[in-house]
Design a binder for this molecule. Structure first.
Ligand SMILES: [Zn+2]
Length: 83
């Protein structure tokens, strides 16, 4: 049964132990999800990058994951929050 053993090992690497997941990451994941829902519902509008006005690949950047709809829009080049 080599194949099932290999599959179980692969599964373990895909799913790290629960205590490896930090709450900060969960907050961020929730914030990203909230933005996706708000965009779909029309409560939030996707805007050009605040720095260079690019529209390609723009994503929401959270200053505070506790305020998931308080976002800045940044292109990949300006994603790190620096002008
Ligand atoms: Zn930009």
């Amino acid at each position: 049964m080599r194949s099932s053993h290999a599959r179980r090992r692969r599964w373990r690497t895909l799913l790290p132990p629960i205590n490896d997941r930090r709450p900060r990451d969960l907050d961020r994941a929730r914030a990203i999800q909230a933005v996706a829902v708000a965009l779909r519902d029309g409560r939030l509008e996707k805007l050009p990058c605040e720095v260079c006005q690019a529209v390609e690949g723009v994503e929401a950047v959270h200053d505070d994951p506790a305020a998931p709809l308080d976002v800045r829009w940044r292109c990949p080049a300006h994603m790190q929050g620096r002008p």
